[in-house]
Design a protein around this ligand. Structure first.
Ligand code: KG4
Ligand code: ZN
Length: 343
């Protein structure tokens, strides 16, 4: 393919690079939905000893891993760079050093291979994870996006038209999971550990408060995290499994109640989940059950498309390329990029 030609939409092949935080991921997707390969190289072990992501360590690891992961992706898809129609990268929000590794590589490859470059908003990528598996989902939708850095309910009126109708006023949901796990000495990242331990606990043994549950669509998790800490200070022999199950139940209760409230308020067709916390087993179960009870079409994406991955970035890039055309090579990385501003 040359820079002036592209295949028809349904056959268009996009490679995407995701390096906004602690996963180096490369995916090749045809026609916006057919995932030819989706490789995720996790840095969790590098950061675990520090109890959280260390930005400089993340940038160095992306630099080391990106080239081999790109080569592996091309090999798995049986393609050369010049067979692609476009190369995309997450250009924000995220850690500036980490973003720059992916953006610089994508722009260099765009020049070397003579193909278009597309910069993608990471949160729009999480939204497009829903369309990867259910391209038939008809907006309007209410999408709950829950990750380590963000918690929001998005009223998706149509593809590309987003209104954030609720967000957190303090910690993100994933951050609250991570902080509770760190306090309990369970390691990093906290979400998966709490999820696993909660399976052995009694979710009704300790009733934690549900922050702002009766008020509108915004969230507050900081007080819920503090209530776990206060409970442990007063009850030194509290069982970790019960603590995890009770805390998780409170978080899930608030997340699901508010998303269903938004869905009813805006009379949407369906409800969807996205972001790393959407991998949580209890959240997936309660979300699907409550959606069904209210008659909403519901999509809970496969876990591999909830946590950070480049396939969702390629899906969003495919759509952006069709609607806005390629991104200028003068464009850089935007660590504080918001949803709605350019994606
Ligand atoms: O979307 P993501 O992979 O990265 C960001 O964009 O932040 O989300 C990472 C977050 C972390 O806070 C992690 O603890 C949380 O998602 N997480 C979970 C689970 N798996 C990952 N939280 C609860 N339960 C899980 N099973
Ligand atoms: Zn993410």
């Amino acid at each position: 393919m040359s820079a002036t030609e592209m295949r028809p939409l349904g056959e268009r092949v996009v490679m995407a690079i995701e390096t906004s935080c602690d996963e180096t991921s490369v995916s090749i997707v045809r026609g916006g939905t057919e995932v030819l390969t989706n490789i995720v190289s996790s840095q969790i072990e590098l950061h675990a000893g520090f109890g959280g992501v260390v930005p400089e360590v993340a940038s160095r690891a992306h630099l080391e891993m990106l080239e081999p992961v790109i080569n592996q992706a091309l090999a798995e898809a049986g393609m050369a760079g010049t067979d692609l129609d476009a190369v995309a990268a997450t250009h924000g929000p995220g850690l500036i050093g980490a973003l720059l590794i992916g953006v610089s590589a994508a722009k260099a490859l765009s020049l070397a291979w003579g193909i278009r470059y597309v910069g993608v908003n990471h949160m729009e990528g999480h939204l497009f994870a829903t369309f990867l598996e259910r391209p038939d989902l008809e907006p309007p939708l209410a999408v709950l996006l829950v990750s380590g850095g963000h918690t929001m309910i998005v009223h998706l009126e149509e593809r590309g038209k987003y209104r954030i109708c609720g967000s957190t006023i303090d910690d993100a949901a994933g951050e609250a999971f991570d902080k509770v796990a760190r306090y309990l000495g369970l390691g990093y990242p906290g979400g998966p550990v709490v999820d696993k331990l909660a399976l052995e606990g009694d979710r009704d043994a300790i009733g934690f408060p549900r922050g702002l549950i009766n008020d509108g669509l915004d969230f507050s998790f900081s007080g819920m995290k503090t209530s776990v800490i206060n409970y442990v200070r007063k009850n030194r022999d509290a069982d970790n499994a019960d603590l995890c199950a009770g805390f998780q139940e409170a978080v899930v209760d608030v997340l699901v109640t508010k998303t269903m409230r938004a869905a009813e308020t805006f009379a949407v067709n369906g409800v969807c989940l996205g972001g790393g916390v959407a991998a949580n087993s209890r959240l997936r179960e309660v979300f699907a059950a409550e959606a069904e009870q209210r008659g909403f079409d519901c999509l809970v994406p496969s876990r591999e498309y909830c946590t950070d991955n480049a396939a969702m970035i390629a899906a969003a890039a495919h759509w952006r390329l069709e609607h806005d055309g390629p991104t200028s090579l003068d464009d850089g990385a935007h660590p504080n990029l918001r949803l709605g501003a350019g994606g």
